[in-house]
Every structure is written in structure tokens, then in C-alpha cells.
Design a protein around this ligand. Structure first.
Ligand code: DAH
Length: 357
């Protein structure tokens, strides 16, 4: 029995593949295997002999079975190691210099803003760029006759002839995502919604497509004070300054009541913007407490819930932060501009790693 054991332990140790192992298993402990045949001999033994040989044979069978299993696992581990070695790829290798692209300032700033608000517990929400006029206007308390519809220089889509339904629009702001999020998630809510918006306008500071970021926080006891704190935290983190003064200017938006436009203290001394000190004020966003009509349109009960909202131009704050003079250049795809104002491709902005290194 010892010879049998040594033979198989040796063969198993030297087996080079799973199929070789399987052959050995059949040969040793398969139905007609050497050890199984020995077990059949037990019947012809005297009870005394059997009492000795039986347990030994069983133990041998178990030993062979576990040696097979251990070797099988070792072979699998070895195969995995081989694969990991051969399929290895160094993702840290630098891109070939000639093909090196850059991250567009709009993408960079969107990532920065997202990182800052994510840190305050805001999730990212999205909505379609082609919107029904209900989501873009009515639900936001802008009825059909409201001058805001005309002011926004809306792009309308065509309906087929005879189709009387109101046309879809290219969304003129990210505010419709407020309604969609309320309908989908219900209260409480804490989201930002970055994205493309469209208005028929074109000059130094306007392009027909541009980017906004919407903010919405709904809960039982949210106030303007929460709004102010959130915006202060945002501005400090975004402009990377320790202190900043915000000014809330009373304003009007149909979807908020009360409404405020928010300015930050700054200086333009020497032609460059400095945030936090100085005698100038820079308007950066519109905001307010969500109008009860708007909550209702989102199926949120205004007797139970309230909250704040804000809307900010991403391109505008990108121009301010990175000293980019002409908005139109954002969308020219001029490689020299992109190399100059673009950001390193693997430098993802995080609060811990630095936003704009
Ligand atoms: N939707 C507004 C616009 O595009 C911006 C805005 C103002 C959004 C106030 C808001 C808000 O959420 O509360 O001009």
C-alpha cells in the first residue's frame, strides 16, 4: 500500500495539466482504479485482515483525493498567474506626445463643480436636451403668455402638419430637471444637474448652445440660510480661496419665491479677476426658494416640503476662473486654443487632490 501511495503522490505532484490529473484520478480511485480494485479484495480477506486493511485503504483513498484536489487548485492558480503576467498592461504609460488630447475647460469645470457638490451630499441628475414645453416652461410656473418664454429666444422643433400638440423645444435651461427629479424620486432631494442648454443668441458672451448647472435641495426645513451656506462653500472651493463674501440681490424668477441673484465680491485690478476682496461684484447665479406651483408640478406637497434651487452658467464660471476672454472660442475646436486652455487628461479634479492643478 505504501508503494501505491508513493507512486500516486509522485505522479500527482508531477502532473502538468488538469486532464493529466483526471487520468490519474481514474487510474487510482476511479471505479476500476488500482485502489478501488484493492478495496474489492477486502471481501476476500479474513475479518482480522479486513479490520487492518479497510481503514488503511480508505485513508489512502482520501489522501489521494485531497492530493488531486490540491494539485488541481495549484494548477489553476498557476494558470491565473500566467494569464495575469501575460495579459498585463501598464496603463500608466504616457500617451504618445503627438496624440495627446486635453480636457475641455467645460468638462473640467463640470467635474470640479460636481466634486464640490458631491462632497456636500448632492447627487448628479440628468434630463433630456429636447424637452416638452410643459417641462421647460409650464411646470416651472411659466405659463403660455409669460414674457419669459419670449425672452429666452427658444428653439422650437417642428410638428408634422396637422399635429396640433405644442412643439418640443431645445431646453433653454437645466431647470426642467428639477421637475423630472421630483417626479422620479419624490422628496427629500439633493441634486445638481449639469448639462447643455440652448438659446438663439450669438455674441462675445452668448452662444446658441451653452452649459448650465442646476441645484435643487428639498426637505422639511430648508431655508435661504442653507442656500447661502451651500453657495459660500461652493464659491470658496471653486475659486480656491479661504474667504468670500456673497451678496444676495432681490430678483425675480417665475420658479422661485423669493428669488435672489447672487454676486461675489471681487476685484479686477490689473485686468485679472481676484475673488474674495475688492470693490466690484460679480454675478454668478440665480436662485431662490422653490415656488409652491413648481413643487406641485413635481408631485411634491408644498405644505410638507420646501427647498432651494439655483442655476449657474458653467461656461461663464469657467471663463472667470481660468481667465478665458471669449465664450465663442469654447466651441471653435481650435487645437491651439484647446492646448492652451485644456487640462491634462488624467488629472481628474477631486477635493482632496486639488481641483485645478
Ligand atoms: N433657469 C434660470 C435661467 O436659466 C436660472 C435659475 C434661476 C435657475 C433661479 C434656478 C433658480 O433654479 O432658482 O436663467
Amino acid at each position: 500500500m505504501d508503494d501505491l501511495r508513493d507512486k500516486y503522490i509522485d505522479l500527482i505532484a508531477n502532473a502538468g495539466s488538469e486532464s493529466a490529473l483526471e487520468d490519474l484520478r481514474v487510474q487510482a480511485i476511479g471505479k476500476k482504479g488500482e485502489i478501488s480494485l484493492q478495496m474489492r479484495e477486502l471481501g476476500r480477506m479474513t475479518p482480522e485482515e479486513r479490520q487492518v486493511a479497510g481503514p488503511r485503504l480508505n485513508a489512502l483513498k482520501d489522501e489521494i483525493a485531497s492530493a488531486l484536489a490540491a494539485k488541481k487548485e495549484a494548477l489553476a492558480n498557476h494558470a491565473l498567474d500566467e494569464r495575469l503576467r501575460s495579459e498585463w498592461l501598464d496603463v500608466t504609460l504616457p500617451v504618445r506626445p503627438r496624440r495627446q488630447g486635453t480636457i475641455h475647460p467645460v468638462s473640467q469645470v463640470t467635474e470640479e463643480v460636481t466634486a464640490i457638490f458631491a462632497d456636500m451630499g448632492f447627487a448628479v441628475a440628468e434630463g433630456p436636451q429636447i424637452e416638452s414645453d410643459w417641462y421647460n416652461f409650464d411646470a416651472l410656473n411659466i405659463p403660455g403668455h409669460h414674457p419669459a418664454r419670449a425672452e429666452m429666444d427658444t428653439f422650437y422643433t417642428h410638428r408634422a402638419e396637422g399635429d396640433e400638440r405644442p412643439p418640443h423645444v431645445l431646453r433653454t435651461h437645466t431647470s426642467p430637471v428639477q421637475i423630472r427629479t421630483m417626479q422620479e424620486q419624490g422628496a427629500p432631494i439633493r441634486i445638481i444637474a449639469p448639462g447643455r442648454v440652448y438659446r438663439a443668441d450669438y455674441d462675445m458672451t452668448h452662444t446658441p448652445m451653452f452649459h448650465q448647472i442646476e441645484g435643487l435641495a428639498i426637505d422639511k426645513d430648508i431655508s435661504m440660510a442653507n442656500l447661502k451656506w451651500v453657495l459660500e462653500e461652493f464659491v470658496k472651493a471653486f475659486f480656491e480661496v479661504d474667504d468670500v463674501e456673497l451678496r444676495f440681490r432681490a430678483s425675480h424668477f417665475p420658479f422661485t419665491e423669493p428669488s435672489a441673484e447672487v454676486d461675489i465680491r471681487c476685484s479686477w485690478e490689473g485686468g485679472t479677476l481676484k475673488v474674495g476682496t475688492g470693490d466690484d461684484w460679480l454675478e454668478i447665479l440665480g436662485s431662490g426658494m422653490v415656488h409652491p406651483h413648481v413643487l406641485r408640478a413635481g408631485n411634491v406637497d408644498p405644505d410638507e416640503w420646501q427647498g432651494f434651487a439655483f442655476g449657474m452658467g458653467i461656461d461663464r464660471i469657467a471663463m472667470l476662473k481660468y481667465g478665458i476672454p471669449d465664450l465663442r472660442a469654447f466651441f471653435d475646436s481650435d487645437l491651439r486654443w484647446l492646448r492652451h486652455y485644456g487640462f491634462a487628461a488624467l488629472d481628474v479634479p477631486t477635493l482632496r487632490g486639488g481641483l485645478s492643478r
